[in-house]
Design a protein around this ligand. Structure first.
Ligand SMILES: *Cc1c(COP(=O)(O)O)cnc(C)c1O
Length: 434
């Protein structure tokens, strides 16, 4: 390294102490899904409480997104903060290889009690994408352990999103998903239309009857989130359960978005009264405080792994599996569900969004309105400048981030009537401008 390079590094080392951390850091940070050159700089945040984001310049925004749908109890809730802090003092984390800590074991037991059906065995990871990868790995190995069958492919659906890692990209919507650039590097899967008509159900049934390499069907039940808050009926899920049973394949629910009350029930599976073979949870599991995700399987799926042969073990082990801080927060978040009737709050949020957003259905610039649980999507008929829209919402004192033509709300379940009214009014005002 030449001396000028060394000098430059010294400059960078000094820079991280600069008071203007945002401007300096923008030269070094790489942001998600962002063209760094053209995207407007993000707004600096000083603190977060409930449904309020306080910006560095003192302005306050009412939040309609809950940080990628995670902060369902509101921001910085004292109960979660206290649980994190208590755990931090005693045992921040210790690896699960050869050692055990209370929080991961208690959380696994508690999730087993909470899940529908016989979903009783939990594998912890630190991101949703990895938890979906683990589900796919389990499905492939399930057939191999069972009787040596080689089934390595998945059925997934148009409009779906399951993560950004390589195998999860292969099950996202191939065109509208965000990974088209990688198409030739991805495993090929069977990506089908959702079976929401008799014709599509028949097509899916034919595929399942013809192919003998399908390890599992994978779906985001009831709401495809990142794909634009698209909703489908419980009948679609009941059809998938039936087809999976008839054609002897597994059914995986990716409830990373829908889990923990978002659709009005604790899990979207319950709205269709069916149980998947594998369930994936993440996002709201810790109320957005710490990363944590989990892949949970039924006794049936676990059985072929529970064998004397070492090679039948699940060969997966993230460094931070079962992170103690995250598990402690998840336990406290589940306490909040017991203490504060979150599901009633979701119904209340849903009713208010129906009252305040449904009337927009008559507007000629509105293509569709979809509301389920604490999710509302207003789909515009026309394209608009998404960055300008995001900035406009901030000027109105709200944080709302449209996805394409879809303006959506996924607020904290604890949001007040007045705060939610501010969000719905901002959406109505935006529609009038189109
Ligand atoms: C967010 C999300 C993922 C990916 O989770 P990460 O924690 O971002 O890796 C996967 N599936 C669904 C349905 C999601 O909403």
């Amino acid at each position: 390294m030449g001396t000028s390079a060394l000098r430059m590094n010294e400059q960078i080392i000094m820079n991280h102490k600069n008071a203007n951390w945002l401007e300096v850091g923008l030269d070094h940070i790489w942001l998600p899904y962002t063209q760094m050159r053209t995207a407007p700089a993000p707004v600096a945040v000083r603190r977060i409480d409930g449904a309020t984001i306080t910006l560095a310049d003192g302005r306050q925004l009412t939040d309609g997104v809950a940080s990628w749908w995670t902060a369902i109890h509101g921001y910085n809730p004292p109960a979660l903060r206290d649980a994190l802090s208590a755990q931090m003092h005693q045992l921040p984390h210790i690896m699960l290889g050869g050692l055990a800590h209370e929080q991961a074991y208690r959380l696994a037991s508690r999730l087993a009690g909470l899940m529908p059906g016989q979903l009783g065995r939990s594998f912890f990871t630190e991101s949703g994408s990895v938890a979906v990868e683990v589900a796919m790995k389990i499905a492939i190995q399930y057939w191999r352990n069972l009787d040596g069958r080689r089934r390595t492919k998945f059925v997934a659906f148009h409009g779906g999103y399951h993560g950004d890692t390589f195998h999860t990209m292969s099950v996202c919507d191939p065109e509208e998903g965000m990974h088209i650039l990688f198409a030739d590097a991805l495993a090929s899967q069977y990506i089908m239309p959702l079976p929401d008509t008799a014709e599509r159900q028949a097509a899916l049934a034919r595929l399942l009857a013809e192919k003998d390499d399908i390890a599992a069907i994978l779906i985001e039940p009831r709401i495809q989130g990142a794909g634009g808050m698209r909703m489908h009926s419980p009948a679609v899920l009941q059809c998938l359960r039936r087809l999976a049973d008839t054609h002897d394949t597994l059914l995986i629910f990716d409830e990373i978005f829908t889990g923990f009350g978002r659709t009005g029930k604790m899990f979207a599976a319950e709205t269709a009264d069916i149980v998947p073979d594998i369930m994936v949870l993440g996002k709201a599991l810790t109320g957005g405080l710490t990363p944590l995700a989990v892949t949970i399987v039924t006794d049936k799926v676990y059985a072929p792994f529970d064998a004397p042969e070492g090679e039948k073990a699940l060969m997966h082990g993230p460094t931070f599996t079962g992170h103690a801080l995250a598990c402690a927060v998840a336990m406290a978040a589940l306490d909040l569900f017991e203490r504060e009737n979150r599901l009633a709050q979701v119904r209340h949020v849903e009713a208010q969004m129906q009252t305040q957003l449904r009337p927009l259905a008559g507007h000629d610039k509105v293509a569709d309105i979809r509301i389920l649980g604490a999710v509302a999507a207003v789909e515009a008929m026309v394209d608009f400048d998404i960055e300008a829209a995001r900035a406009w919402f901030i000027d109105q004192g709200v944080f709302i981030r449209p996805l394409g033509r879809v303006i959506y709300l996924t607020p904290a379940y604890t949001i007040s009537d007045a705060e939610l009214a501010q969000l719905t009014a901002a959406i109505a005002a935006f529609i009038m401008l189109l």
